[in-house]
Design a protein around this ligand. Structure first.
Ligand code: XMP
Length: 525
């Protein structure tokens, strides 16, 4: 673990995880804390720098998210972004007011290249603005170091005090020099050396796991996804024979996935894991019978998982630790890290029953973003096709079947999903073949079929049908926090539709889900 920490204080803005990821890309470790966190807690973390994120409030309103003025006199450099910059101004005696028009979108920006924040940044560049309020008077000691046509203070500094504010969003890709600005802050102004690297992470974690585990026995919850696979291989490299991986086939996996997981991690695979497959399909279907409320379904699946592991642990004998592949966005989205509302209870964070039979839970990837997990996977020598596999949620097809889950519906969605993924994969491969290996513009980051709970009338041969409708979905996203529908070519969708209605029994209609996130989520439940 890096000794250097930058604290990202979360005021509830939509790009807050992105800020943290960009900082990590500068090889600087950072963690997200809510603005409600006590200042003494922050102080004891001994951060090398603090970043205040954007947020939805207006800082001059009574109930606005705020911070103590002492935050700015701790001798630690502070960078405020958007709301963070306004709040810094407001708290330190400047003035923030509402503009007549919202400034939104890509905007031309002129910067003062003599500011350390803009080292190596061209004097004119562009930035992404999204604000109603603006800084109408600087706080004492501050000077303006950037402007746009509409915004006289697009950035400000009090270099002597180590305080910087940026009105725009350097973390988004629409601010092309944004990462450089963040890098200037964390590396040059805060003086972080940039020791957060995945090769070091692997080495240090293997050591830390060995120290923590000692001669104890470890049980790993292998779900077959990227996160739990990377966690399992990391653990197996650290403690070898002391690790037992239990793979629960909950009957909510993609078509043939159980056998594929076994082929990779089982005794015939390349890794030396002690691998146990539990075929618990019926148990899960029984528990899910009659349940249609999405959060309840997630909870049931999560709890049943734990129960199965508990039972396996008892068979194995005393087990000291349970491993889970939780990653940082799960932690933040479950409302445990920053200021995000609980969007969904991710089963591997929120849904743990309080009577788990293990001494301790180990979550070796808990502090990592997905791209960092993938880098760790490559460092560990896991093949690329596994490392770059599209994400699959812990509750599996349970949250891709709207309403009650039954074995029959699982089979429908598995078959439809296999057809859809096969056709999309072939179209991607074909495009790459004819375009020198390049990805198509419509390249989705996640694509799957789901079963709507809707039945409708159709005609098949001379017969009337009354069957289910499948929704196919494909999204483009950088971080899964926001996403938009990918434009899968029409002819591919036509083939998919034809094959699904002809090959999947019980399905007579196919929808394409166009919804972006927000307001939708990637999964349907
Ligand atoms: P949503 O539906 O929240 O999905 O927009 C964002 C990403 O997270 C995955 N996802 C989950 N992963 N447990 C997981 O491990 C879950 O409960 C869960 N719910 C959603 C989803 O597949 C997408 O990649």
């Amino acid at each position: 673990m890096s000794k250097e920490l930058v604290v990202v204080i979360d005021f509830g803005g939509q790009y807050n995880q992105l800020v943290a990821r960009r900082v990590r890309e500068c090889n600087v470790y950072c963690e997200i804390y809510s603005y409600k966190t006590d200042l003494n807690v922050i102080r004891e973390l001994h951060p090398k720098g603090i970043i205040l994120t954007g947020g939805p409030s207006s800082c001059y309103e009574e109930d606005a998210a705020t911070c103590s003025p002492e935050l700015f006199s701790m001798g630690v450099p502070v960078l405020g972004l958007c709301y963070g910059a306004q709040l810094m101004t407001h708290v330190l005696g400047g003035k923030v007011e509402r503009a007549t028009n919202r400034e939104y979108g890509r905007t031309e920006l002129t910067v003062d290249p003599s500011s350390p924040l803009f080292a190596d940044v061209p004097e004119t560049t562009s930035c992404w603005m999204s604000h109603f309020d603006y800084i109408s008077r600087l706080a004492p000691g501050f000077t303006s170091i950037a402007h746009t046509d509409n915004c006289p203070v697009a950035a400000a500094e009090n270099a002597e005090a180590g305080l910087y504010g940026i009105q725009f969003h350097p973390e988004v890709l629409h601010t092309p020099e944004g990462t450089k600005m963040l890098r200037n802050f964390v590396r040059n102004i805060c003086g972080c050396s940039g020791d957060w690297r995945m090769d070091a992470f692997v080495e240090e974690n293997i050591k830390a796991i060995r120290e923590k585990v000692g001669t104890g026995k470890v049980l790993c919850a292998l779900a077959g996804g990227v996160d739990s696979s990377v966690a399992a291989v990391l653990l197996s490299k650290a403690i070898g024979e002391q690790l037992t991986c239990v793979f629960v086939d909950h009957g909510l996996l993609r078509k043939d996935e159980g056998d594929e997981v076994e082929a990779v991690f089982g005794p015939k695979g390349p890794y030396k894991l002690h691998f146990i497959r539990v075929n618990a399909q019926k148990r899960f279907y029984d528990k899910l019978a009659g349940v249609s409320e999405p959060e309840q379904k997630r909870k049931i699946i999560g709890e049943e998982f734990i129960r199965v592991f508990e039972e396996e642990a008892k068979k194995i004998g005393a087990v000291d630790f349970l491993v889970q592949g939780t990653i940082y966005p799960d932690v933040v989205e479950s409302g445990l890290g920053g200021e995000s509302a609980v969007i969904k209870s991710h089963h591997n964070v929120g849904g743990l029953p309080d009577y788990v039979d293990f001494k301790e839970i180990i979550e070796p990837l808990r502090n990592l973003f997905k791209d960092e997990v993938r880098k760790v996977g490559l460092e560990l020598g896991i093949p690329e096709y596994l490392v770059f596999r599209q994400p699959f949620p812990g509750p599996g097809l349970g949250i891709r079947i709207i309403g009650e889950v039954t074995e029959e519906k699982v089979k429908m969605v598995q078959d439809a999903d296999a057809i859809y993924r096969q056709e999309v994969d072939e179209a991607i491969a074909e495009f790459r073949k004819t375009h020198g290996g390049a990805d198509p513009d419509w390249m989705p980051n996640q694509y799957f079929a789901a079963l709507t709970n809707m039945r409708s009338v159709g005609v098949m041969g001379d017969e009337r049908t009354y069957d289910y409708a499948v929704a196919v979905r494909a999204v483009k996203t950088l971080d899964f926090m926001t996403a938009e529908a990918a434009q899968i070519p029409w002819d591919v969708l036509q083939t998919v539709m034809n094959r699904i209605v002809n090959e999947v029994r019980g399905v007579n209609r196919v929808f394409y889900d166009l919804t972006s996130k927000p307001p939708g989520t990637v999964e349907l439940e």
